[in-house]
Ligand binder design. Structure first.
Ligand SMILES: [Zn+2]
Length: 491
């Protein structure tokens, strides 16, 4: 809570409705290709998703399966029967004049999601998980000097999951964490790409300010498609409502939009109520029956979810909660961690985690690519750690090897051999180099002797530079100490 709302004793009450496009090949009720990104407008359409008279919908089985996975992962109760309803509203991007959705009998009810944070998990109640179809997209433009609205129906009929939380969230930051946690679950289940810039995951948030037992009017902010937008829009709205109430005004129950550029919410229309939509059972589709055995089977075959993975990393791999959180934020990173660890001698988890969180994330960030696009494999990373562990290469060399591996996918020992990167741990060879460096740096040597050996760092640095980072640092230190010892210099 920010600004004036704090002192005035208002408590924000926040709920989220998250819409997630499912990763199916075809649309929700027709055979059109659901992967429309980048396609020519109105090229992924047919009589069903254009809402032409007489066209009949057919339920997409994969979308149903994915919804059941999500409902189960979110600990929902899955009733034996559920059904689709018509939600009537006349928008140009809804060609039928109604959207096929679920209202009275959704696929999942009464679940929850535990959100991980430093003080322990926060439980957010989930009212319902239901399946519906996405709308088309309206664009406002100017053609021949006249304002026009253009509609693209490629998105019309794409399977869309709606997940409605309880209004049990009390800060913008908790709302963001819940949204991020939900995204993670969907990505882990493989039912949503998580690519927020593509608009495949969007949140409508509702917020009211209550004081004592007195609930406030609910304002809904539509279509937020980034974590930042959720946080900023809620912060703005909480301050706006608090200021209004403080000045003796009233908050209107309405729908507002988020203006990204101005960073403010703007009034759009008064909020619709359920009765405005004239819901009724969809007559063109049968009711759905899901047996408890089927639900149990889905529950058994769910992949390990992020929360469970995090707990396992902390409890049995010995990672800190922070390390576990960073590594589990992307299922591909977590798999790399697990698989590399299985190739390592026991106790290697910290080293594996450090390389993933350090060099790997740095290189991925620099190249702006996902892990899948790099050449780092569990075998590769494990080979590198072995060479580092047995002293074949130094830490500085390992970074070079890792960068090559990232680019080319070659094995660590092959890179070391090809580039002559092996560490110099041969005392005679190194002693010759150290002698030469000492002879070339009289001032540093004098300083070292005068200060009783307290300034060895610069000398070690010179030797490391002279060997291209290949020298064993511990051995260099030992050689400098012995070559510049009082006994040696007295001769
Ligand atoms: Zn179609």
């Amino acid at each position: 809570v920010t600004g004036g709302s704090q002192g005035a004793g208002y408590r924000p009450v926040i709920g989220l409705e998250v819409h997630a496009q499912l990763l199916t090949h075809s649309k929700m009720f027709c055979g059109c290709d659901a992967r429309y990104s980048g396609a020519r407008p109105n090229s992924h359409v047919c009589p069903v998703c254009l809402g032409l008279p007489g066209a009949l919908p057919v339920i997409n089985r994969a979308a149903l399966e994915q919804t059941l996975m999500v409902a189960t992962a979110l600990n929902c109760r899955v009733p034996e029967t559920s059904r689709f309803d018509r939600k009537n509203y006349p928008y140009p991007d809804i060609p039928k004049g109604y959207q096929i959705s679920q209202y009275a009998a959704p696929l999942g009810r009464a679940g929850h999601l535990d959100i991980f944070h430093a003080d322990g998990p926060d439980r957010v109640g989930i009212i319902r998980v239901h399946l519906e179809e996405d709308t088309g997209k309206t664009m406002h433009s100017v053609l021949d000097g006249r304002p026009v609205s253009l509609v693209d129906y490629n998105r019309s009929g794409v399977p869309l999951l709606e997940i409605v939380s309880e209004p049990c969230i009390h800060s913008p930051d908790a709302a963001r964490r819940y949204f991020a946690g939900l995204r993670e679950v969907l990505v882990y289940l493989g039912v949503n790409s998580g690519d927020m810039e593509e608009g495949v995951l969007r949140a409508d948030v509702n917020v009211s300010l209550s004081r004592g037992a007195h609930p406030g009017a609910k304002v809904e902010i539509k279509n937020l498609n980034s974590f930042r937008a959720v946080t900023r829009a809620l912060e703005f709205e909480i301050d706006r409502q608090a200021a209004l109430l403080e000045a003796g005004g009233q908050v209107a129950q309405e729908t507002r939009g988020w203006d990204e550029g101005q960073e403010e919410t703007v009034s759009q229309r008064s909020k619709e109520y359920a009765e405005d939509y004239r819901y009724f059972p969809e007559p063109d589709l049968p009711a759905l029956t899901v047996s408890p055995e089927r639900v149990e089977e889905i529950r058994r075959t769910l992949p390990e979810l992020p929360a469970a993975r995090r707990a396992r990393y902390v409890d049995s791999a010995g990672l800190s909660p922070y390390e576990a959180e960073v590594i589990t934020q992307d299922p591909a990173l977590a798999s790399l961690f697990d698989e590399t660890l299985s190739l390592q001698p026991p106790g290697g988890s910290k080293a594996v985690a450090n390389w993933i969180m350090g060099e790997l994330l740095r290189l991925l960030h620099e190249a702006a690519v996902p892990l899948e696009a790099s050449n780092i494999s569990p075998r590769g990373l494990s080979g590198l750690l072995r060479l580092l562990g047995d002293g074949t290469i130094t830490n500085a060399q390992a970074k070079i090897v890792f960068a090559r591996m990232f680019e080319t996918g070659a094995e660590a020992d092959e890179i070391v051999r090809r580039e002559g990167l092996a560490q110099i741990a041969d005392t005679d060879e190194l002693a010759a180099t150290v002698r030469r460096v000492l002879a070339e740096n009289e001032a540093l040597v004098r300083d070292y002797v005068e200060k009783g050996g307290k300034t060895e760092g610069p000398l070690i640095g010179k030797v490391m530079a002279a060997t291209g980072g290949r020298a064993n640092a511990a051995l260099v230190r030992e050689l400098i100490r012995s070559l510049l010892s009082p006994e040696a210099t007295a001769q």
